[in-house]
Design a protein around this ligand. Structure first.
Ligand code: UTP
Length: 308
């Protein structure tokens, strides 16, 4: 049974500056919850109750978010704010949180290697904070079940447009008779469209065997002089195919500024307490933009018309 998850949160978050100068990117809120909470809730739904954060200096607040806070709890209780109290205390029950430091950001593969002692020989999930998978779908549960069924490493894949291919690790795949499930025989990091073996990109969810640590120890620094998880997975894939599962749920790249905004709007729109009012406001906002002829097109380019 897979019970452990590793969440690497030691990166510099340079794409999200200046927001991430003093605040870890994983604590930036999507509506009213920090991104890291979506991930730990996703782990809890998939039965992963042992969560290891790989952190770095200045990120202790990530653990605080899942800790009890007696002063706040007492204040909420004395004011009769029971709903808020439940929101705060429930966080500590989601999972047991552990943490280990990555002394320097030497790459995602290096960050995962920091978990070797805690994880041991067990299989474990890796979730990257940049990728938020819509909470309404049991995607991680499916990945865990697939690992338990096949015994193979399982990687989340997403179909991308040609233009996006050079931004991702891309998988060489063989079809299987299970919907959205593939055998991965090779991986190519950020290929050109012409070099790419498919349009299936690796995204930030993995279920891996403990044997990955031995492979990572032997993996030399690769792209960007960092130890890359993709390079270690490639070594595994050459021994025996990995399993890829195509994500069938909305997924947001919140490490990208536009992705962060669209995730916020989409997640708020799904909420029964906020969605109807937000959508009504968005309709009025778009109508107003059209009316004044200064709408921002889907391409992101401002129309050439008058702005007043
Ligand atoms: P990214 O490549 O997105 O790096 O790492 P980043 O530093 O967070 O973000 P940008 O690109 O500079 O904006 C993917 C995941 O791996 C973690 C990051 O925290 C992120 O969750 N990571 C990356 C580490 O924990 N350590 C590393 O050395 C590198």
């Amino acid at each position: 049974m897979v019970r452990k998850a590793l969440l690497p949160v030691a990166g510099l978050g340079t794409r999200s500056l200046p927001a991430t100068k003093a605040v870890p990117k994983e604590l930036l809120p999507l509506v009213d919850k920090p991104a890291i909470q979506y991930l730990v809730e996703e782990c809890a739904r998939a039965g992963l109750d042992d969560v290891l954060f790989v952190t770095s200096a200045g990120k202790a607040t990530l653990e605080d978010h899942f800790d009890r806070l007696p002063g706040l709890e007492a204040a909420l209780a004395s004011k009769g704010k029971d709903e808020e109290l439940a929101l705060v205390t429930g966080l500590a029950d989601l999972a047991t949180i552990h943490s280990v430091r990555q002394p320097e950001p030497l790459g995602l593969g290096h960050a995962v290697l920091m978990g070797a002692e805690h994880i041991g020989d067990d299989s474990f999930a890796v979730l990257l904070g940049d990728d938020i998978v819509d909470p309404g779908t049991p995607f991680l549960e499916r990945m865990v079940a697939t690992h338990e069924r096949t015994g193979r490493p399982v990687i989340a894949l997403m179909e991308v447009e040609d233009e996006a291919v050079p931004l991702y690790g891309i998988a060489t795949v063989e079809a299987t008779d299970v919907d959205d499930e593939f055998l991965i025989t090779d991986l190519v990091e950020k290929p050109t469209v012409h070099e790419a073996p498919s349009n299936l990109a690796i995204i930030g969810r993995y279920v891996l065997p403990g044997s990955i640590f031995a492979v990572l120890r032997d993996t030399p620094p690769g792209r960007g002089d960092e130890i890359q998880l993709t390079d270690a997975l490639r070594t595994l894939a050459h021994d025996e195919p990995l399993v890829g599962i195509r994500v069938d749920a909305p997924r947001y790249d919140i490490g990208d500024k536009l992705g962060f905004v669209t995730a916020t709007v989409s997640l708020a729109a799904e909420r029964p307490d906020l969605g109807p009012d937000l959508l009504a406001w968005l309709r009025r906002f778009l109508a107003e933009q059209d009316r004044i002829g200064a709408g921002v097109g889907m391409s992101g380019e401002r129309d050439q018309g008058p702005t007043t």
